[in-house]
Design a binder for this molecule. Structure first.
Ligand code: ACO
Length: 331
C-alpha cells in the first residue's frame, strides 16, 4: 500500500496559553512545562468536523493527482464527528462531491489514523484497485469541559488526510516524495476505557430535553495513568513493528509520533533509544488534535521538506479505548 498524496487543515483561530489563563486557573508556564503546548487552533463557530476534513481531503486529492471521481472509499478517523449519524465520512463525501464510495467513520480516538491505515490495507487486499481517502479529523474543543484545567488546555482542532493506493497511480504528478510505501502497520488495544472517556451524547448518558449538561458529559481523563500506558504502549508496539519488518531504530530517519504532549514523546523516544532530534513535532502550535495529529504532522514534515526521498519514517500513537499502533513508511 502506498501513500500517494497528503493534505492538512488547521482552523484559523489561534488560542495561546495566556488567553486560556484569562478564564482558568492556569498559566503559560504550567502548560508549557507539563505539555510543551504553546498554542492550539480552534474551529470557528460555523465549522464542524466535516468542514475541517473537507479542507484536508481536498488538498490530499490534489496532491495525489486524483479527482474526487477516483475515490472509491472514504474513512474518517474521528471521535468528534458532526453528528451521531450520518457518519462524518458521508458528509465529507457530499462536500467533496465524491459520487460513489464506501464511506464510514472509525472511532479509535487518537489512534484513528493508524487504525484507518490498517483497515485500508484490508480493503486493498480484497479490492486492489481501491483509491482510499483516509482522514483524521477532530473538533475536540466541542468535547472538552472548558472549566476543567487538567484537560481543556491539552487539545486542539484540525484535520489531516492521505490518499492510499495499492500500487502507485499513473496519474501521479512527477517528482516529489510520493508514492511512499507503507512497509507495515500494527494496531492493538485493550482496557483502560474508563481512564479516558467522554459519555456526553452517547446512549449511556443520553441527552434528555431540559437536562442540565453537567461535567459528566465532557471529556474525562486520568492524566497520570494515560501517560504511563501511552509511553509503554507506543514504545513496545514500535519495537515489535521494527522487529517484525527486520528493521532497527538505526534504520529510522524520522519519527512522527502522535502529538499528545512533549513529555510523552520524549519518554517514548528514550525507551526506543532514538535521539530526540529525529522526532517531528508540531504539538507546540496545535496541541493534541487526536486522530488528526499524525497526518497533520506528516503533512507539515512533507511541506517543510523535512522528509526527503529515501527516508524511513516511524509513526506511532496511543488513544482512548485504550488503542495504540505503529506504522513504518518508506519514502
Ligand atoms: N494549570 C495549572 N495547574 C494544573 C493544570 C493546569 N492546566 N492542570 C492540572 N493542574 C494541577 C492539578 O490540579 C494538580 O494540583 P494539586 O497538586 O494542587 O492537586 C497539579 O497541577 C498536578 O497535577 P497532575 O495531574 O499531577 O499533573 P501532571 O504532572 O500529571 O500533568 C498532565 C498533568 C499534563 C495531564 C499529565 O498527566 C499528562 O501529560 N498526561 C497525559 C495525558 C495526555 O496527553 N492525554 C491526551 C489524550 S491521550 C493521548 O493523546 C495519548
Amino acid at each position: 500500500m502506498h501513500i500517494q498524496g497528503i493534505g492538512y487543515y488547521a482552523p484559523e483561530r489561534i488560542v495561546d496559553n495566556d488567553a486560556l489563563s484569562a478564564d482558568l486557573d492556569t498559566s503559560d508556564a504550567w502548560i508549557r512545562s507539563r505539555t510543551g503546548i504553546r498554542t492550539r487552533r480552534l474551529a470557528a463557530d460555523n465549522q464542524a468536523c466535516s468542514d475541517l476534513a473537507a479542507e484536508a481531503g481536498k488538498m490530499a486529492i490534489i496532491s495525489a493527482g486524483c479527482t474526487p471521481e477516483n475515490i472509491t472509499h472514504i474513512i474518517v478517523g474521528t471521535v468528534s464527528g458532526d453528528a451521531a449519524f450520518p457518519a462524518t465520512a458521508c458528509l465529507l463525501q457530499s462536500k467533496l462531491k465524491i459520487p460513489t464510495a464506501m464511506a464510514f467513520d472509525l472511532g479509535a480516538a487518537c489512534s484513528g489514523f493508524l487504525f484507518g491505515m490498517q483497515v485500508a490495507q484490508g480493503i486493498m487486499a480484497a479490492e486492489p484497485e481501491a483509491t482510499i481517502l483516509l482522514v483524521g479529523a477532530e473538533t475536540l474543543s466541542r468535547r472538552v469541559n472548558w472549566q476543567d484545567r487538567s484537560t481543556c488546555v491539552l487539545f486542539g482542532d484540525g484535520a489531516g488526510a492521505v490518499v492510499l493506493k495499492a500500487s502507485p497511480d499513473a496519474c501521479m504528478p512527477p517528482g516529489g516524495i510520493f508514492p511512499a510505501l507503507v512497509e507495515g502497520v500494527i494496531c492493538e488495544g485493550g482496557g483502560g476505557g474508563e481512564l479516558l472517556c467522554c459519555y456526553g451524547g452517547g446512549t449511556r448518558y443520553p441527552y434528555r430535553h431540559g437536562d442540565i449538561i453537567g461535567p459528566e458529559y465532557f471529556l474525562h481523563m486520568n492524566g497520570q495513568e494515560v501517560f504511563k500506558h501511552a509511553v509503554r504502549a507506543m514504545s513496545d508496539i514500535s519495537s515489535r513493528l521494527l522487529k517484525r519488518l527486520g528493521r532497527s531504530v538505526e534504520d529510522l530517519d524520522l519519527v512522527v509520533p502522535h502529538q499528545a504532549n512533549l513529555r510523552i514523546v520524549k519518554a517514548v523516544l528514550e525507551r526506543l533509544q532514538v535521539p530526540e532530534g529525529k522526532a517531528f513535532l508540531n504539538l507546540d502550535r496545535y496541541g493534541n488534535t487526536s486522530a488528526a495529529s499524525i497526518p497533520m504532522a506528516l503533512a507539515e514534515a512533507h511541506i517543510q521538506g523535512v522528509i526527503r526521498p529515501g527516508f524511513r519514517v516511524l509513526l506511532t500513537t496511543f488513544g482512548a479505548g485504550f488503542t495504540w499502533g505503529a506504522a513504518l513508511v518508506k519514502y
